[in-house]
Design a protein. Sequence first.
Length: 198
Amino acid sequence: MSESSGPAHRPSAVPGPWSVPVLFRERQPRVVVKADLLPAVSVLGILSVLSFPLAFLWSRIAPPERVRIIASDGTQGALELESWHRFDDLAIFGFLTLGLGIVVGVVAWLMRERRGPVVFLAAVLGVALASALAMLLGVGWANSHYTIGSPPALGAVIELAPRLESWWVLITGPFGVALAYSLLTTWNGRDDLGRRLG
């Protein structure tokens, strides 16, 4: 019997859509870093300037704590429920920075050509920086706004400037950015976030 002189017939391996080679040939979205650095620095700088209006607004709407002078040496006595304003001052600042963070997160997302982790991190750091500066400036402006010119008389009721007694409130702004940007990213559902690359 004669054997076939040609090569043995083998079934052709046609890669299907589930095969590994096809997966490796697919173009994966890439993270653009170099082109986004300058816009990220601009976002960081612009957001730091927002600390001034944020600090001024808080220093004017945060309620002062009223106390009574109970001794001739200026000893202060607390009035009923007035100490709660110390929490109010913290809560107002937290809501202001949270609102700022949400707005910044939405605006950063609307920069469609720059969507991605670089501008997102710049927005988070920018809001954190703006919140920290606003905390320092706001307390200083509140102190100057509620300055007592002359020694108060015995029994007088005076207003103490609003104060921020916890640095933990600074996480609310970056949290707002992350929340807004993450929700919009999830809603978008595209690997490249729909950005238009030049």
